[in-house]
Design a protein around this ligand. Structure first.
Ligand code: NAD
Length: 481
């Protein structure tokens, strides 16, 4: 059954002001799941007005930190209570295997909210030993006001939660703008926030495409834009935010290198890199995509990687045996196909995959896990973010040179090293230009571990204590004694 969705503004479920809607589609079979309002600038303004009023309301402004924490705990409890429903929704809207939705996306959303619930009562200022006689100085960390939280389609609920939780823990109010491909779990989250008891207007959700997002960014009453998405849109947001000097944090694209040293455990590296590359069909900003393999072990690594990739079971996320789901949309699979074609045209060797699935999967957006070897640093597949199940193997001879090659990218979100040499691991971790470096492991996340990028991967840090800093500003207070 196709559901009809509404915007969430000022605690009410309302249609979009234009009356126009878009379809949210199941990428596993192309069927329409829901009709969703196409929010516009008017809807954005209404949501910002509601969030501004809620920010000033005594009901929210004067709520004690411990009470804010209890609301966040209640929200996390509600997510857990509705976890199986939310997991199914995420799988049908986004495509990810149900095991990922149920074991990663939904639990992480609940955990990150609990993590920041704990922070509510620990946001401290400080005193400074000023040398002006007869005075006392201290600082306060204060909320910013209305925050626009603009999210992408790859982990819709999880990323919405990791922005929402610190924003609310610090006393801000928000307008969430989910990606047009995957709005459903964020709308669900908005309903749960109301049920948890957040006052009307504290959490608003406006659905729609670029127009809805751009209207929020340009709004003079928005004090902060927290954006996760593509580098291109991130740049346009920074430009648009300049007019009002709105704060922005940008979590953007990635092209993570993974260095496999000659002493690495090859079987562990194959398993770890395959999972690190293919989680959520490679639609992960930190996915490992460029494999720099020491020449003596390159053929063994590539052959094992290709065989393992070829044996992966593709299918709808809802099928229990599925290991790899579809890509998110018709537009995205066309982009992945175009980039793979450049790899073939540039002379890389296609070891497995390279095309969409046909047969029973032809109605969905399924792309076969693809491994290229003989990739050169200047090929498009080694430089552009593909955001799909496409792995490029490059070889290296000189361990000093490989770091420079790994760093020769506009992006700098994540990097991986596979080695049994501890001092090499630490030395290389220090040299890699990336927001997060992983040694002998998958690109995992934790609410307590900061996340963010260098260069074209953006700036600002999310998760961990950094999330609190991103949503507060410091105020100095002087007292004449
Ligand atoms: P996108 O940039 O196309 O869209 C992201 C969001 O921005 C959507 O909600 C979209 O509607 C909105 N938007 C589009 N144009 C806008 C504008 N002009 N002003 C304001 N909002 C606008 O990205 P996507 O295709 O949804 O997501 C994939 C991208 O996200 C990839 O590049 C991926 O690497 C990146 N990503 C990064 C991280 C990270 O933490 N660094 C995490 C996940 C995804």
């Amino acid at each position: 059954m196709v559901s009809t969705e509404h915007l969430l503004i000022d605690g009410k479920h309302v249609p979009g002001s234009s009356g126009s809607c878009f379809d949210s589609v199941n990428p596993a079979d192309g069927t329409v799941l829901a009709r969703v309002p196409t929010g516009n600038a008017d809807d954005g303004s209404h949501a910002v007005a509601a969030a501004s009023a809620a920010f000033e309301s005594p009901e929210w402004r004067d709520l004690m930190p411990a009470a804010r924490a209890r609301l966040l705990w209640r929200l996390a409890d509600l997510i857990e209570a509705r976890a199986s429903e939310l997991a199914l929704l995420e799988t049908s809207d986004q495509g990810q295997p149900l095991s990922i939705a149920a074991n990663v996306s939904i639990p992480f959303a609940a955990e990150v909210i609990r993590y920041y619930a704990g922070w509510c009562t620990k946001i401290e200022g400080s005193t400074a030993p000023v040398s002006v006689p007869g005075t006392f100085f201290y600082t306060r960390r204060e909320p910013l006001g209305v925050c626009a939280l603009i999210t992408p389609w790859n982990f819709p609920l999880m990323i919405a939660a990791w922005k929402l939780a610190p924003a609310l823990a610090t006393g801000n109010t928000v307008v969430l703008k989910p990606a047009e491909e995957t709005p459903l779990s964020t709308l669900f989250l908005g309903r749960l926030a109301l049920e948890a008891g957040f006052p009307a207007g504290v959490v608003n959700v406006v659905t729609g495409g670029p127009e809805a997002g751009a209207a929020l960014v340009a709004h003079p009453d928005v004090r902060k834009v927290s954006f996760t998405g593509s580098t291109e849109v991130g740049k346009s947001i920074q430009r648009a935010a300049a007019d009002n000097l709105t704060r922005v944090s940008l979590e953007l694209g990635g092209k993570a290198p993974s260095i496999i040293a000659p002493d690495a455990d090859i079987d562990a590296a194959v398993t770890g890199n395959l999972q690190g590359a293919l989680l959520n069909s490679g639609q992960v900003c930190k996915a490992y995509t460029r494999f720099y393999v020491a020449r003596p072990v390159a053929e063994e690594f590539t052959e094992k990687l290709s065989q393992a990739a070829a044996s992966i079971k593709l299918g709808p996320g809802s099928a229990p045996e599925t290991e790899l789901g579809p890509l998110v949309s018709a537009r995205h699979i066309a982009d992945v196909e175009r980039l793979v074609a450049t790899g073939v045209a540039d002379g890389a060797e296609l070891r497995t995959g390279g095309r969409r699935s046909d047969g029973p999967l032809a109605d969905g957006y399924f792309f076969q896990p693809t491994v290229f070897s003989g990739v050169r640093d200047d090929m498009t597949i080694a430089r552009e973010e593909i955001f799909g199940p496409v792995l490029s193997v490059l070889t290296y001879d000189d361990p000093d040179e490989v770091v420079a090659r790994a760093n020769d990218s506009d992006y700098g979100l994540a990097a991986a090293i596979w080695t049994n040499n501890l001092s090499y691991a630490h030395r290389t971790a220090a040299q890699l230009r990336a927001g997060t470096v992983y040694v002998n492991m998958l690109p995992l996340l934790d609410p307590a571990a900061i996340h963010g990028g260098f260069g074209a991967s953006g700036f600002g840090r999310e998760l961990g204590p950094a999330g609190i800093e991103e949503f507060t500003e410091d105020k100095g207070v002087w007292l004449g004694l």
